[in-house]
Write a new protein. Structure first.
Length: 747
């Protein structure tokens, strides 16, 4: 199979080549490497029904080529102990894990608060928050094949340093390479609802000193809401719900140490995220019709094969984890993280509005089918290979999550054989994967039906292009819809969807996810702080495990790209006038088109090459057939036009000049006598018409429609830009991602 047969867009092919291809291997070689010779999972990948997480797609099999890599996207490191040695030992573990390609989560709740007495030269500690910059710096320093590691730092809501923690990133020079989250407990939220006092306290083991602060819970809650309204941080982790709603909730020998960088995986110390996602949009029968339905049989088979495949990867990767504590934790608990993507695309294919009652009812059924079959398959694996080493039968069988999410037939199998995995389902960010497949990520609604891409021509003139989301473009084509305003009302986006409906959808899925869900609620710019508070209260009351808010055009937009953003020369030359006499070189990465023209003198062939980024014409070549005009003249003309296009000449200007050539007598005579000439009154005009036709085809293939907006759009805020291509970043699924080039902060 060829890559072009698997994904037909240039963007998808670029993502695969850049992120997952190793040493110019063929697509078939990649399939064999990544599937580990599992033919069933290979077929599911070919059908685009399932994809492993990015680390597996990039790294599996490379250990045989001498590479020190991991298959896990991320880890939770043991929380640093309250000592200088413990703090720097944690930094060392971070560095080693980053060097293997894994992201990390750490919790600093064990560190003494600011002002606590210490028995050294300092006399008192600078506090837990002061060491966050150390961990951020380590994250910045250790490279991962051209990218940087990801870090999540969390703290308990009862820690006396909480107020300082909440505001630490308001200083744009602080903790620049980490996300931060608060572990919110039920007693804190009850205090907020009742407007009660809340006690922040810490007892230092070494000195037995106890530090206590009493605050108004509602005032602190307001501060969290204000920060999220303005800076989109810190994230909200409902810690009691995390601890109570999973397969291990009754196991006294198990505890969570923190969460991974995008918060979809609460994990014990040393635990890892081994990810894979099922594409829900591939299980719709009769899509875009009134009798569309979900194929549950195919879906449950895919769930079971995916669980098998992730366990194969887990076994293969056991010796590849960077730290001994990681190898031991993964061996003992065997966590996997099977999730979904393409939910919004699936609902559109079924003519359902995201968040409607019928969409929630459908997801209820899909969610139960997914967890029941994942547990069933894990039990069948335990039959052959044994339960995970730390398996506690009584604890599992008495877990509320287990009792609510298994059919009687599955319960019978589990009681006989146990479980091969202690954790099964999660919903991770799928930014790069979903962009490569041209679908929505995770459980997120469509981010936008379309977006406007702005470029500047080489002589400084703004040009605007409308780019439609693939599912929207497909629906418009099938239903012959020409304008976005004519789309039916079930087309909702992250900005138009009511946040209550967004929470309802996440709540449905959280019922069936034993880990957690990486989730961003995107809200409009006029969203108020009071609405942020209401959103968090409803998220807690609805049983969510975590949530992040991102307000459009909030202050954080200015810091989404770091100082190491390296927009390349291509973007610089495209967005500025070229120096006099400067000519751009045409790359080999162009889209080619050709046309045969019948002129007054015979046949003429037009070949044209367009930029794969914005569809701009870069080069043409003219040649004659067996009959026709002077070949040398045509070659010279095509070279002159190509040179003009690459030194700043507008496409429209080139077309206008070609069409301004006088009518050709031979052309007019043949048109009158034979009526077989191409549109135009001379060869230059016919070439112009062919170029316009090919340009429109390229725009259509790239999914862009040229526009001239009357005023700049807010979405073109140049601060919120992709560090690889310069286009606008989206913040969804707890992660920054670019729909233009596939860049993802979290992949």
């Amino acid at each position: 199979m060829k890559l072009q047969e698997w994904v037909d867009s240039k963007l998808a092919q670029d993502i695969w080549n850049k992120k997952y291809n190793f040493n110019n291997e063929t697509f078939d070689e990649w399939l064999d490497r990544v599937s580990g010779n599992n033919t069933k999972i290979k077929d599911l990948i070919i059908q685009k029904k399932f994809l492993f997480g990015g680390r597996i797609l990039a790294n599996r099999g490379l250990q045989n080529k001498g590479r020190k890599i991991t298959f896990s996207n991320c880890y939770v490191i043991s929380p640093p102990e309250d000592s200088i040695e413990g703090i720097f030992e944690c930094a060392s573990k971070l560095a080693r894990t980053y060097s293997y390609g894994g992201g990390c989560g750490i919790d600093i709740s064990k560190l003494a608060p600011k002002g606590a007495k210490v028995n050294n030269a300092a006399k008192e500690t600078t506090g837990s928050v002061s060491f966050m910059d150390l961990y951020s710096l380590v994250t910045e320093l250790i490279g991962q094949n051209g990218r940087r590691g990801a870090l999540m730092i969390s703290i308990d809501c009862s820690h006396p340093d909480l107020e300082e923690f909440i505001s630490i990133k308001n200083d744009l020079n602080k903790v620049t390479k980490a996300n931060i989250s608060i572990k919110i407990t039920n007693d804190f939220m009850e205090a907020v609802k009742n407007n009660d006092d809340y006690v922040l306290k810490f007892k230092r083991v070494e000195t037995e000193e106890e530090i206590i602060k009493t605050i108004k819970a509602r005032d602190l809650f307001r501060k969290i809401a204000e920060n999220n309204w303005n800076m989109a941080e810190p994230g909200f982790l409902m810690w009691d719900r995390i601890k109570e709603w999973n397969l291990l909730s009754e196991d006294e020998n198990f505890s969570y140490a923190g969460v991974n960088p995008c918060a979809e995986e609460p994990l014990p110390a040393g635990g890892s995220c081994l990810l894979g996602s099922i594409n829900l949009s591939k299980f719709v029968l009769n899509p875009f019709s009134d009798n569309a339905k979900f194929d549950f049989q195919d879906f449950q088979n895919t769930v079971r094969e995916s669980v098998i495949a992730l366990n194969e990867v887990l076994d293969e990767g056991l010796p590849l984890h960077p730290l001994k504590e990681q190898q031991e934790s993964v061996r003992d608990w065997r966590q996997i993280g099977l999730g979904i993507m393409g939910l919004a695309d699936m609902l559109i294919q079924m003519n359902m509005r995201y968040g409607s009652e019928e969409s929630l009812n459908l997801c209820n059924k899909i969610g139960f089918c997914m967890i029941d079959n994942a547990i069933l398959q894990s039990a069948l694996l335990a039959k052959d290979d044994g339960a995970y080493p730390k398996y506690n039968k009584d604890a599992i069988l008495n877990s509320k999550f287990y009792l609510n999410n298994t059919s009687n037939s599955t319960k019978n199998i589990v009681e006989q054989y146990g479980l091969r995995n202690s954790q099964l389902l999660t919903i991770a960010p799928t930014g790069t994967l979903s962009t490569m497949l041209g679908i929505s990520g995770g459980i997120e609604p469509i981010f936008e039906n379309s977006y406007t891409r702005k470029t500047e021509s080489l002589h400084g003139k703004d040009e605007y292009y409308k780019v439609y989301t693939p599912i929207v473009k497909k629906y418009m084509e099938i239903n012959n819809i020409k304008e976005e305003k004519d789309l039916p009302d079930f087309f909702v986006t992250s900005m138009t969807l009511n946040y209550i409906d967004r929470i309802k959808m996440q709540s449905i899925w959280q019922n069936y996810i034993d880990a957690s869900i990486s989730s961003t609620v995107n809200v409009p710019e006029d969203f108020t702080i009071e609405q942020v508070e209401d959103l968090y209260l409803k998220a807690w009351e609805s049983g969510l495990k975590g949530i992040t808010i991102f307000r459009n055009n909030c202050a954080r937009i200015g810091i989404l790209t770091t100082s190491d953003t390296n927009l390349d020369v291509k973007n610089d030359t495209k967005n500025n006038k070229l120096p006099w006499g400067f000519t751009l070189n045409a790359s080999d990465d162009l889209i080619g088109k050709k046309r045969k023209i019948m002129s007054g003198c015979g046949s003429l062939h037009v070949q044209a090459w367009f930029d794969s980024y914005d569809g701009r014409l870069m080069e043409i070549y003219l040649s004659k057939g067996s009959e026709g005009g002077c070949n040398s003249f045509m070659v010279a003309l095509s070279r002159s036009i190509s040179a003009g296009l690459r030194t700043g000449m507008d496409f429209e200007y080139a077309i206008d000049q070609l069409k301004s050539a006088p009518a050709c007598p031979s052309y007019v005579v043949r048109t009158t006598m034979r009526k077989d000439t191409s549109k135009g009154n001379c060869c230059p005009a016919a070439v112009a018409n062919a170029l316009v036709q090919m340009q429109n085809e390229v725009f259509d293939e790239l999914g862009i429609i040229e526009e001239k907006p009357s005023k700049p759009l807010k979405s073109l805020n140049t601060k919120n830009i992709c560090p690889e291509c310069g286009e606008k970043l989206n913040f969804e699924g707890g992660c920054n991602s670019c729909k233009n080039c596939g860049y993802s902060k979290c992949d």
